[in-house]
Write a protein of this length. Structure first.
Length: 325
């Protein structure tokens, strides 16, 4: 089916997609629709996985990652581990449009944002701080006592005794368990009336991540990719999408003439190659406005709207049970 324009986004995108849809309806660009939708999601204080009030890292600081990519030109911009700015997606777009680079991280990205007049502010309020303490104190973790001790030790002894803590506990295993639910991201993909596709991603990453940890979201090829014919983006355990180059592979397979659903599905079945626990959700959309979503976790949904629709509708993503033999 061919649509004039279309937009889709992850389960937290409902607060942003109507604005993106309006931009597309009025003939605006896919890039503008993506950026505007994501800014509204970043502003949502109740979404503790993106922008304002995103999950802090282990030491209590919110570090944000974001990226944006244009399909026709394959221009791309991203930032990672950026503190104190509410709209990482807009900084990423500036990296794409006016810097000679594709990706800026940490202090350098913050300097760049400051120089362009982005306002620095506190991006965590009492709700976010409470969330952080609940994790540190083990209240929001349905996990054995050992895991709670570990998070406290990591937090208290990160600087001086990190090596010792990592030797003493199975830190990797613990993070793998944590990564089942304490995280999230937003993905938005838009197709405009001029048949341009764009993809954007924004996140605070994995809760209680090590300071400086970068996930898949700002990495082109891993958590985001867009060509002239199709865009793809991921949410879930970022380390998995990085190791598998998920978004790029989904795009590549579609370009090699695999149907959209098959291409997207293959990003999930690739997980079998590394036999590691974690969740992965993939959203894709082609330049006809068809959208596809696959996940290895039951009950995940996304939002979609095209030029025949008044507003975005909720759709269940296709669940692949990788544990089933
Ligand atoms: N993919 C994100 C990251 O690893 C987190 C998420 O989507 O849940 O940073």
């Amino acid at each position: 089916m061919q649509f004039d324009y279309a937009i889709c986004g992850t389960r937290n995108a409902d607060v942003g997609l109507p604005a993106g849809l309006k931009i597309l309806r009025e003939g605006g660009s896919a890039l503008d629709a993506v950026e505007e939708s994501i800014k509204l999601i970043e502003n949502n204080p109740y979404d503790i996985t993106v922008g304002f009030n995103g999950f802090p890292n282990l030491l209590g600081t919110v570090e944000l990652d974001a990226s944006i990519m244009d399909g026709k030109t394959r221009q791309a911009g991203s930032i990672a581990a950026v503190r104190n700015f509410r709209h990482p997606i807009s900084i990423a777009r500036k990296v794409m449009e006016i810097s000679p680079h594709v990706m800026l991280v940490g202090e350098g990205a913050e300097k760049f944002a400051r120089a362009l007049g982005f306002i620095e502010e506190d991006i965590i309020d009492e709700l976010g701080i409470k969330n952080y303490h609940n994790i540190i104190e083990g209240k929001s973790l349905e996990m054995p006592q050992e895991a709670q001790t570990l998070v406290r030790e990591l937090f208290m002894r990160f600087d001086d005794h990190l090596k010792e803590v990592m030797e003493k506990y199975a830190v990797k295993d613990w993070y793998r368990k944590l990564s089942f639910d304490k995280h999230g991201t937003t993905n938005v993909i838009a197709l405009d009336k001029h048949n341009n596709l764009a993809v954007g991603v924004s996140t605070s990453g994995l809760a209680m991540k090590f300071p400086g940890r970068v996930g898949d979201s700002p990495l082109f090829g891993a958590g985001i990719y867009c060509s002239e014919t199709v865009g793809a983006a991921c949410t879930g355990t970022g380390e998995l999408a990085i190791r598998l180059s998920t978004a790029r592979l989904v795009v590549d397979r579609y370009e090699r003439k695999l149907p959209l659903d098959e291409s997207t599905r293959s990003g999930i079945t690739d997980l079998m190659k590394i036999k590691e626990e974690g969740v992965l959700h993939i959203l894709s959309m082609n330049n006809k406005g068809d959208c596809s979503a696959f996940t290895n976790k039951d009950g995940i949904f996304h939002f979609y709207a095209d030029s025949n629709m008044e507003e975005p509708v909720k759709r269940l993503s296709n669940y692949i049970n990788l544990k089933k033999k």
